[in-house]
Design a protein around this ligand. Structure first.
Ligand code: GCW
Length: 691
């Protein structure tokens, strides 16, 4: 009796621990079923097929599985087919990585409940290169990272103390590393730039290259290539040369030598990502050379090995009074001058990852040069890891614009390299992304990189089912609804009707009044152009900066014309009087009030919806998100009060009746330090200590 009781108690403990031990670290990955599936491989075994077999053996509970390599004409290397006949599953692909992708898809379908007795499907990625860009620094910090420290680099006092044991999380914590690799592979993400685009020249030292090699070895079996962001001055700083001029023979030799060293260590090294002559970074412009001359220097060094150079179009130097026009101005005239292993990496919008931007007019401007979009998964301007902002809806909007108006698909398909990148939101926090629900953004990026035709809601449904499989239908719908409205809520309180870049220094708190003596085109007042008469940034051909002409007329003319410009872009393209009537029928002043209020209301609604899930979600995660949502509502109020009181101070009009009266004064808002004391989720190590 005593023994039975003890066994029962132990069992209860195990069950309780199992159900309460969810720290979010498993992401959307399936859990082992306990059964062992019979998996047969009809191909040469590789480390990648070993992983596929293990995943299926542990995770699949629907009968035997066959894995086979089949070469089919016209089938992409990463594509796969899955068929199930009389309960017997066969996965085929031209490659081992395709088999792994197929295995993950099958396991996802199992959790989603979409496996039927007989079915057949084939899937193939649209983009060939699907990358995460980690803005991680060697010292362990991550630029615009809000989920703890870098998962790659924790090098104290680099390089003096660099020793064999001085390695990052990846090696110290293999389980966690494998999760990173599995998570990416489960989505088809096949590359990672391991460091910040504001790149330390030390990345190209032999010590760091050796560490990079270790990452490459861990990630390779999962089909993930490593890439590095490099500093254009590396030949000077690391190589000790006098110049980094692309036309200098020594410099050319240095890059060739470096490429050789890298490929000796990492034969499948992906290539370089470069931020040049932007925000203080060195570049070919320092020597009177063009971006093409700079990019080709690096591209020719790694071309023999099959490497690529991703050259960023984010050239944030004041060469035109309107920053929104800059990328196109800088690159259009260089079309045709780049080597064919150079891809121009273009932020989705023309300014800088704002909560809503029209697409960057550089897309479709280049006819002979490959371009790739850069999304920002980390929420630099969308409440960081405090606010819920599911970005699937933002990227869906991007693809809906860029496909018809910038020939997106045709341009991608004609290029030798067809790629897409997302700035990662990963860090050492136990749940990887700071905000537990921000995992959905990593997931959505991967899914859309694979298939840009997927809609945000389908992806949200998938993610919720995979991450919270125990929710009932109503709870599931509640969470999906939260995700689907969340980004628009942030837009409402941070940039209603196209009013962009209203951030204080931290890119977090409101700063509509900010007029410090710094670069004008970094300041909110420059972008709102608000005064007693009106508000908005005039980018029309008729009276403004003429950014509208950079677009295809089918898009540009609609934006140019005040009567056709949609309200969501009104203040992006137009400067209008406060009394201007929006398409909604309200005046601009009323419309702004309406959206700020709506943003607060929506934030409150998110709180209510989340609270209704109490008991259905792991208590730690529930509480974590609950606190973040409180912060979000508080911040939405600061945004509403701060911006509206400031605009009112310019024109003196009363608030409409529907507006909740402010609870802060303008002075308070000006001195709010919202970004101080951000709620931070615990790291993996911290959680392990308390458990
Ligand atoms: O969005 C801005 C960020 C910088 C970033 C830069 C860029 C890596 O505020 O932190 O630097 O863009 O994209 O290069």
């Amino acid at each position: 009796m005593k023994k039975t009781f003890l066994v029962l108690l132990t069992l209860m403990c195990v069950c309780c621990c199992a159900s309460f031990a969810d720290d979010g670290s498993n992401l959307w990955l399936h859990k082992a079923t306990g059964d062992k599936a019979a998996v047969t491989l009809h191909a040469k075994s590789t480390p990648t097929t070993d992983i596929a077999i293990k995943e299926l053996t542990d995770g699949w509970n629907g009968g035997a599985v066959n894995l086979a390599i089949t070469k089919q004409k016209g089938m992409k290397r990463d594509a796969f087919s899955i068929s199930r006949k009389r309960g017997f599953v066969t996965i085929t692909s031209p490659s081992d990585i395709g088999l792994l992708y197929g295995a993950y898809r099958l396991l996802q379908m199992q959790t989603l409940g979409t496996v039927s007795e007989d079915f057949e499907l084939t899937d193939s990625p649209f983009h060939d290169i699907r990358l995460l860009n980690h803005w991680d620094n060697l010292d362990g910090n991550s630029e615009r990272g809000y989920a703890g420290k870098s998962i790659f680099w924790h090098v104290q006092g680099f390089p003096e103390t660099l020793g064999q044991n001085d390695v990052a999380d990846m090696r110290n914590n293999p389980l966690r590393n494998t999760t990173y690799a599995r998570a990416n592979a489960s989505l088809g993400i096949n590359g990672a730039v391991l460091n910040n685009v504001n790149a330390s020249p030390k990345m190209l030292t032999t010590e760091v290259l050796q560490m990079t090699q270790q990452y490459a070895d861990v990630l390779r079996p999962y089909g993930i290539k490593v890439y590095l962001a490099v500093n254009f001055s590396s030949p000077v700083i690391v190589g000790g040369l006098k110049t980094a001029d692309p036309y200098d023979k020594e410099v050319q030799r240095w890059w060739k030598q470096k490429a050789k060293e890298i490929y000796n260590l990492i034969p499948d090294f992906g290539g370089f990502l470069v931020k040049a002559n932007s925000e203080g970074q060195p570049g070919p412009g320092d020597y009177g050379r063009t971006h093409a001359e700079g990019a080709n220097l690096l591209a020719s060094a790694i071309r023999p090995y099959g490497g690529i150079v991703m050259w960023r179009a984010f050239i944030n130097n004041p060469t035109d009074p309107d920053r929104a026009k800059q990328a196109r101005i800088e690159f259009e005239h260089l079309d045709g001058q780049f080597l064919d292993n150079v891809i121009i990496q273009v932020k989705n919008g023309p300014i800088d990852f704002q909560p809503r931007e029209p697409f960057n007019a550089l897309f479709d401007a280049l006819k002979l040069t490959a371009e790739m979009p850069e999304f920002q998964i980390t929420q630099e301007y969308l409440g960081q890891s405090n606010h819920l902002a599911y970005l699937g809806t933002m990227w869906e909007e991007f693809f809906h614009e860029v496909m018809p108006y910038a020939n997106y698909k045709a341009n991608q398909l004609r290029a030798r390299y067809n790629a897409i990148a997302g700035v990662a939101n990963t860090g050492t926090d136990a749940d990887w992304t700071g905000h537990p629900l921000a995992q959905s953004n990593w997931y959505a990026f991967g899914r859309m990189a694979w298939n840009p035709d997927l809609d945000a809601e389908t992806i949200a449904n998938e993610w919720v089912s995979l991450t919270f499989p125990k929710l009932d239908a109503k709870q599931h719908q509640t969470l999906v609804a939260m995700l689907m409205r969340s980004r628009e809520a942030v837009v409402d309180y941070e940039m209603p009707i196209g009013l962009h870049h209203q951030f204080g220094d931290s890119h977090y708190a409101p700063g509509a009044w900010d007029n410090r003596p710094i670069r004008r085109d970094w300041l909110p007042v420059f972008y709102n152009q608000a005064d007693a008469e009106g508000i908005g940034f005039d980018r029309t051909k008729a009276t403004g900066t003429d950014a509208t002409s950079q677009y295809h007329p089918d898009f540009g003319n609609v934006m140019e014309n005040l009567s056709t410009c949609p309200d969501k872009y009104l203040l992006w393209f137009h400067h209008v009087p406060w009394t201007h009537r929006c398409q909604s029928g309200r005046t601009v002043w009323e419309e702004l009030c309406y959206h700020y209020q709506n943003g607060v209301n929506e934030a409150r609604q998110l709180q209510r919806q989340w609270n209704s899930l109490e008991g259905a979600i792991d208590p730690d995660i529930f509480r974590d998100v609950q606190i973040r949502l409180m912060t979000q509502t508080r911040d939405a109020e600061w945004w509403k009060d701060g911006c509206l009181l400031y605009f009112q101070s310019l024109h003196g009009m009363p608030f409409p009746d529907f507006l909740d009266p402010p609870v802060h004064t303008l002075e308070e808002c000006k001195h709010s330090r919202l970004n101080v004391g951000l709620y931070r989720s615990p790291t993996h190590e911290e959680l392990n200590k308390v458990r």
